[in-house]
Design a protein around this ligand. Structure first.
Ligand SMILES: *Cc1c(COP(=O)(O)O)cnc(C)c1O
Length: 426
């Protein structure tokens, strides 16, 4: 091998994987086993005491999952990663390492509807208090900082609106406040945006979406950038203080720039339990091999569909950052020059009823609650994913009553446009 650093497409196919040392199997095997035999009693003791790395039990780690973790860490430019059962599980595990009951975190108001619910209701029952800020108003993040703030959470490309977040500006706020910036990079994938290059300390994904990419497997992942100093001021005791579960080890002192990923595994995943099935890890790994090809096609199709909709008389507005006229186009050029993603919204002059009617008339688009599938998808957020929010909150999160969300697949763009044409025209 030359000493050239491998490019993104090469990493998408190879990072973390090698032929199986015992069988020669070229594709990563599915290690469908709950547990792993120890070499001897000393080996077992050192694994349990975190003095050696190795497999113990699939709730804590699994060799198929390990390939997925290494691959996504490489694609995102992080030091280590931890795969879990879903995107939501990734969010719980990350925040459990950072917040004590009564603490706060600041979150961008434009988020996936499920995350708004999780932060508002489930996390409140843990004593973790979310404080909302407006990603289009950087000063609102600054104003939200208090002595109890432990993290800032944003989406790189927001779901459902498709708006682009100024990651660097918010990372400056996080740095000043002395808290880590967590970026949910689900809608961009590392092919379009690598948040760590722009100052993120932690990246989370729903692997369920573009990384897996085929609408067949749930999964989530946490990537540690290795950039944050957890030892300051006793603010992050899970990382800086002796852990009674592990003979008084201090995770930051012992594991340095991948201490956060270790904490997520040995404190979060081990004790909360949302482990990813190795079968799902295999499906998602297979998806990632074609990520660069799919993502480019997703974006090219999305741009063509957005341009078509922008010229349609039944359409009031299209919110796609890839359009030159869009309010987020400057940010898209900076952060996502290869394409502005494939999830975006548009609004219909006919309002709520027109939205409901459109989803029922589309044939090639599937009406369902997911994004990032090879297939094109449509949903009317106001009557589904965002229906629990009141009208003001719907509008603030980009899901007003007249708004329809599309996730553009990798079919022929002419067929997608023809389907929209018949559904809008009829
Ligand atoms: C789907 C999604 C999630 C949640 O992921 P699950 O795998 O469904 O738990 C989180 N963030 C974003 C942006 C999503 O689209």
């Amino acid at each position: 091998m030359s000493d050239r650093l491998p490019g993104f497409s090469t990493l998408a196919v190879h990072a973390g994987a090698q032929p199986d040392p015992t069988t020669g199997a070229r594709a990563t095997p599915i290690y469908q086993t709950t547990s792993f035999v120890f070499n001897d009693a000393d080996h077992a003791a050192s694994l349990f005491g975190l003095q050696a790395f190795g497999n113990i039990y699939t709730r804590i780690g699994n060799p198929t999952n390990a390939v997925l973790e290494e691959r996504v860490a490489a694609l995102e430019g992080g030091t280590a990663a931890l795969a879990v059962a879903s995107g939501h599980a990734a969010q719980v595990v990350v925040l459990q390492q950072l917040l004590q009951p009564g603490d706060e975190f600041i979150a961008a108001r434009k988020l996936y509807g499920g995350s708004i619910n999780q932060f508002t209701h489930a996390f409140k029952s843990f004593g973790w208090n979310v404080v909302w800020a407006d990603p289009d108003d950087i000063a609102s993040f600054e104003r939200a900082v208090t002595p109890r703030t432990k993290a800032i959470f944003i989406e790189s490309i927001a779901n459902p609106s498709g708006s682009i977040t100024d990651i660097e500006a918010i990372s400056t706020v996080a740095r000043k406040a002395g808290v880590p910036l967590i970026v949910d990079n689900t809608l961009a994938s590392p092919y379009l945006i690598r948040p760590i290059d722009h100052g993120a300390d932690i990246v989370v994904h729903s692997l369920t979406k573009f990384l897996g990419g085929h609408g067949n497997s749930l999964g989530g992942i946490i990537v540690d950038a290795g950039t944050f100093d957890w030892s300051t001021g006793g603010k992050y005791p899970m990382l800086s203080e002796p852990r009674p579960e592990y003979h008084g080890i201090r995770l930051q002192e012992t594991f340095g720039n991948f201490a956060f990923a270790i904490a997520c595994r040995v404190l979060g995943l081990r004790d909360l339990g949302p482990a990813l099935s190795p079968f799902n890890a295999f499906m998602i790994l297979t998806g990632i091999e074609t990520l660069p090809l799919r993502m480019q096609k997703h974006c090219d199709n999305a741009k063509a569909v957005a341009e078509y909709l922008a010229g349609h008389p039944a359409v009031a507005s299209v919110s796609y950052a890839g359009l030159a006229s869009d309010k987020y186009n400057q940010l898209a050029r900076k952060y996502a020059p290869k394409g502005a993603g494939a999830v975006f919204t548009f609004s219909l002059k006919g309002g709520y009823d027109a939205g409901v009617s459109l989803v029922s008339k589309l044939q090639l688009f599937s009406h369902l609650a997911n994004v990032g599938d090879t297939r094109s998808l449509v949903i009317h957020p106001a009557s589904t994913t965002h229906s629990q929010l009141d009208d003001a909150a719907k509008i603030k999160s980009g899901a007003g009553p007249d708004v329809v969300r599309l996730s553009i697949g990798i079919e022929d763009k002419e067929d997608l446009i023809a389907d929209l044409e018949q559904a809008l025209g009829a």
